[in-house]
Design a protein around this ligand. Structure first.
Ligand code: GLN
Length: 245
């Protein structure tokens, strides 16, 4: 009796293993690539990666019946990770733009975002038009990086982390930083003497990146995202991290 129970348990364990692993191609994990240097969308709290994107991805994985695995990497490694199949999705406050669309597909947008300009409180820069000829800090490989490169006579300083660009501004090494609005608010609140210009640089959409040849996954992500929008859960996640002004 006892022995048969043990054997039965062992058999069940082997069956589970073969279903999850070697047997067939039934996927059990959803691997998300991100750059956990981008509060409030993704950042570290102890050894956990938390934030709006982490929670949205978790809700999508739950809806798809998959286990979410988060891989933290440099922002400009996310698109290559998706292309090579190392990651299934990129959720990293990723702006939908022409550059990225050449290499990956995007889901429906999950939020509206903006690029803003950060300057020192005593800066002569009063609007984005004043950035001509200035030294501008950006995070490498971001939309802010692209925009800064288009400004006449501007010198672009590229940093691995957005926070490092903001620190350099605080130390008067550069004249301004172009970066996404919500991280800008967090970084400015952590550094004295800095402000965000009233006029946004651009308005844009964030969406989830998926490999170009993976139409099935893209449709599943869109279905789950639509459910999250319709149920109010998406707004609930955003409101938890971003206080309305
Ligand atoms: N939204 C910007 C982009 O997509 C920056 C994102 C980020 O730094 N995580 O390029």
């Amino acid at each position: 009796m006892k022995l048969s129970k043990i054997l039965c348990g062992a058999l069940a364990a082997v069956m589970t293993l073969s279903l999850a692993g070697c047997g067939g191609d039934k996927k059990t994990t959803l691997v998300m690539a991100t750059n956990a240097e981008f509060p409030p969308y993704e950042y570290r709290e102890g050894d956990q990666i938390v934030g709006i994107d982490a929670e949205i991805a978790q809700a999508i994985a739950d809806d798809m019946g998959l286990e979410l695995v988060i891989e933290d990497m440099a922002f400009d490694s996310i698109v290559p990770a998706i292309q090579s199949g190392k990651a299934d999705i990129g959720v990293a406050g990723m702006t939908v733009d022409e550059d990225k669309l050449q290499n990956v597909d995007f889901s429906i947008p999950y939020t509206t975002a903006a690029q803003v300009v950060i300057v020192t409180n005593d800066s002569p820069i009063a609007s984005p038009a004043d950035l001509e000829g200035k030294t501008i800090g950006v995070q490498l490989g971001t939309t802010g990086d692209n925009f800064a490169g288009e400004i006449t006579d501007a010198t672009v300083e590229r940093y691995n982390k957005g926070f490092e660009a903001v620190q350099a501004l605080g130390q008067n090494k550069i004249d301004a930083v172009i970066i996404d609005r919500e991280p800008a608010k967090v970084f400015v609140s952590e550094n004295d003497g800095l402000k965000i210009l009233d006029e946004d640089y651009t308005v844009e959409d964030y969406a989830i990146a998926v490999a170009k040849d993976n139409q099935e996954l893209l449709e599943q992500i869109n279905t789950s995202l639509t459910k999250l929008k319709d149920s109010g859960k998406l707004q609930e996640i955003i409101d938890k991290y971003i206080n309305a002004e």
